[in-house]
Design a protein around this ligand. Structure first.
Ligand SMILES: NC(=O)c1ccc[n+]([C@@H]2O[C@H](COP(=O)([O-])OP(=O)(O)OC[C@H]3O[C@@H](n4cnc5c(N)ncnc54)[C@H](OP(=O)(O)O)[C@@H]3O)[C@@H](O)[C@H]2O)c1
Length: 268
């Protein structure tokens, strides 16, 4: 954990989106375990979010749940100010929440594209914008450099951007947009904010895969194993701690992006 800056005597505070369950929960727990106070974002999973909050608060006090539909621009613009109002200060955002619905070139529609773009790219950009405004307000005026500050945004991407197949077209487009934004935001929000992508490989199963099928697919990588949730969470923590990384993406996938798959894992 980076020590809090003099301007923030509290435990460093991070908003993790989609943190009620699955990867977002693992990330929230890893950060809480490293001394971060966690704002646990959720949309529908209140019960799971309440459990994540309790488990995080056990590790670092102050964890709190915040509900927001990331497809709703007005609601997204309110999210970070609401967290700041409740917790005082925020040092980082991890954009893990994601819409993941199947479409292909044949079934593509503006509606599907817009749904994915809003929650997966647009919301992440608005939260980065809001964090930058918050850090700028609390920092000394016109800092010559961000050296005293270690504020950051981490965007969850996907190895499939480097290893494309025709499945999940709108999802992939939204992640490609976020990957491009990762670079542009790193340039425009420096020196106050770092922006880092973390791209998992096949990490968690879905309702489309049996356990046996998932286990078999997980071995399909040059290293013979894709990523675990703990690998991904540890990389997010590293990205938040390391003061020199910005505008790049860390692929955590056992090298799956070096291979070629004809279909999405969930449809293989
Ligand atoms: N799992 C993997 O193997 C894998 C592989 C590669 C990349 N990734 C990336 O890693 C991240 C986490 O993956 P995951 O599998 O844990 O994600 P997930 O289970 O598909 O989704 C995480 C959460 O996103 C939230 N969400 C979806 N749409 C939302 C919206 N419009 N507004 C607010 N919240 C919304 C949901 O929260 P509620 O339940 O509260 O509604 C959901 O629980 C994603 O960005 C994903 O693209 C994952």
């Amino acid at each position: 954990m980076s020590p809090p800056s003099p301007a923030s005597p509290h435990a460093p505070t991070v908003l993790v989106t989609g943190a009620a369950k699955r990867l977002g929960r693992e990330i929230a727990l890893a950060l809480a375990g490293a001394g971060w106070r966690v704002a646990v974002h959720y949309r529908d999973s209140l019960e799971d979010a309440t459990k994540t909050v309790a488990d995080c608060a056990h590790l670092t006090p102050g964890a709190t749940a915040f509900r927001c539909d990331l497809g709703d621009e007005t609601a997204v613009r309110q999210l970070l100010p609401t967290v700041v109002e409740a917790l005082g200060e925020v040092d980082a955002v991890v954009n893990s929440a994601s819409t993941f619905e199947h479409d292909t070139t044949a079934s593509f529609s503006f509606a599907a594209m817009e749904k994915h773009m809003r929650s997966n790219a647009g919301a992440a950009i608005l939260l980065a914008q809001a964090l930058h405004a918050h850090i700028a307000r609390r920092s000394p005026p016109a800092p010559a450099s961000g050296a005293a500050i270690n504020a950051a945004v981490v965007n969850l991407l996907d190895q499939k951007l480097w290893n494309q197949n025709p499945d999940f077209l709108s999802y992939t487009l939204s992640k490609a947009a976020l990957e491009a934004a990762n670079t542009m935001l790193a340039l425009s929000l420096s020196p106050l904010l770092r922006v880092v992508g973390v791209a998992p490989g096949l990490t968690l199963t879905s309702h489309l895969l049996s356990d046996a099928k998932f286990a078999a697919l997980h071995t399909l990588s040059p290293l013979g194993r894709s990523s675990t949730a703990q690998d991904v969470a540890a990389t997010v923590l590293f990205a938040l701690q390391n003061r020199s990384i910005t505008g790049t993406t860390l692929l955590v996938d056992g090298g799956q992006h070096l291979m070629r798959f004809e279909r999405d894992f969930s449809l293989m």
